[in-house]
Design a protein around this ligand. Structure first.
Ligand code: AOF
Ligand code: ZN
Length: 368
């Protein structure tokens, strides 16, 4: 199936309209699991005449909204879709049929759908009906946007993003004379904070270890994002020590604990208790809860354990041009030789006000 994907230039009208479709899809990020975020624009005579995105599972797909807005103008037009239009009857009827029925002449697709019910059948159906189909426009961008969905379909577990903010000498917090970390006080500035809030809005769930919960009592909410919503809190707490008075316990919160721990009080209080002996098992459990993306927010023990287990898919490091000379490291895992250091691919460097965001991947996003 990979051979279907043509090598498409990153500029030009197709890429420009697909950028608009990706912007539509982004409106569903963090809201569509277990479904993908998908966007669609319908173009007629060089103008966008319809826009749509998939708002959440169970509701119509992106194409349906875009075709609805376009109405009769869709006839003879081109539809740009960030994911291969579906060919199956799921919670909704096939989008391929809707595009054919609306008289669309050409369909431009960013990436094929890894869902085994579709996986190429949508494109075949469109071509069989005589539509001109192009696959692969901004495929990398779309695949990255769909990382959570693709991870859930291909691996049965969420896409894991490790996030931390540190000084230029690699410290996430200052230490007091007695060796305990200084409490509050952000390492990075306002733009970095805003970016983190956007990530929280886009991710299905946000995880902390019990140490961080006990030390900071974080709320793990999305603040200052217009129309934003809160991710599901996930607390990794083998001994089920997290007090029920902690701020994270809102509807949808998950306690990940060991098979033997006594979590009766948490369960009685309405916390979803997930028992797992290992981190991979825990991630599969989160996948069964339809959590497709997980933002790891600390502390260093949790991040170090995930890295050691090979379970960090993406790293987002916010770096402040400040030096402490001593302090807490962002990750604290088992020793490993320099030759076995993990190396990021797809590296991106972006200034964020006075700070710098460095991000990249440790695993590739699953494709078809
Ligand atoms: C599209 N456009 O906007 C989305 C698609 O249960 P259903 O009917 O919602 O089907 C879910 C599957 O449909 C999902 O696994 C994926 O393959 C596809 N999602 N397809 O053409 C969309 N959200
Ligand atoms: Zn569909």
């Amino acid at each position: 199936p990979g051979t279907w994907v043509e090598k498409i230039p990153l500029a030009g009208p197709d890429a420009a309209f697909m950028t608009q479709a990706l912007a539509q899809a982004a409106r569903g990020l963090g809201r569509t699991a277990p479904n993908p975020p998908v966007g669609c624009v319908v173009v007629r005579g060089g103008d966008i005449v319809g826009r749509g995105f998939h708002p959440r599972a169970g509701e119509p797909h992106a194409e349906v909204f875009a075709l609805r807005e376009a109405g009769e103008q869709a006839r003879g037009g081109t539809a740009y879709v960030t994911l291969e239009p579906c060919s199956h009857f799921g919670r909704t009827p096939p989008c391929a049929d809707a595009l054919i029925g609306a008289g669309v002449a050409r369909v431009v697709v960013a990436a094929l759908d890894p869902d085994p019910r579709v996986s190429g059948a949508g494109v075949r159906r469109l071509r069989a009906a005589g539509l001109d189909v192009t696959v692969g426009v901004l495929e990398d961008e779309a695949t990255a946007q769909q990382a959570g969905f693709r991870s859930l379909v291909a691996r049965g577990r969420p896409w894991v993003v490790a996030k931390y903010a540190m000084t230029l000498d690699g410290k996430i917090a200052a230490l007091r004379a007695d060796g305990t970390p200084e409490g509050r006080g952000a390492v990075t500035g306002e733009q970095a904070r805003e970016r983190v809030m956007r990530w929280r809005d886009e991710q299905d769930a946000i995880a902390v270890g019990s140490g961080t919960l006990l030390a900071d009592d974080p709320a793990l909410t999305t603040r200052g994002v217009p129309g934003g919503r809160d991710p599901r809190p996930v607390v990794f707490d083998r001994r089920a020590r997290a007090p029920l008075t902690a701020r994270v316990w809102r509807p949808g919160a998950v306690l990940v604990t060991s098979p033997a721990a006594d979590a009766r009080a948490h369960a009685a209080a309405g916390v979803q208790v997930l028992r797992a002996a290992t981190l991979p098992e825990a991630l599969r459990g989160l996948g069964r809860l339809e959590i497709s993306s997980l933002l790891l927010e600390g502390g260093s023990g949790l991040l170090g354990a995930f890295l050691a287990a090979g379970l960090v898919d993406e790293v987002r490091a916010l770096i402040a041009p400040r030096l402490l000379g001593a302090g807490l490291p962002p990750l604290d895992g088992p020793l490993r030789p320099l030759g076995q250091a993990e190396t990021l691919s797809h590296l991106r460097v972006e200034p964020l006000g006075p700070d710098v965001l460095i991000s990249g991947l440790l695993n590739e996003v699953p494709r078809l």
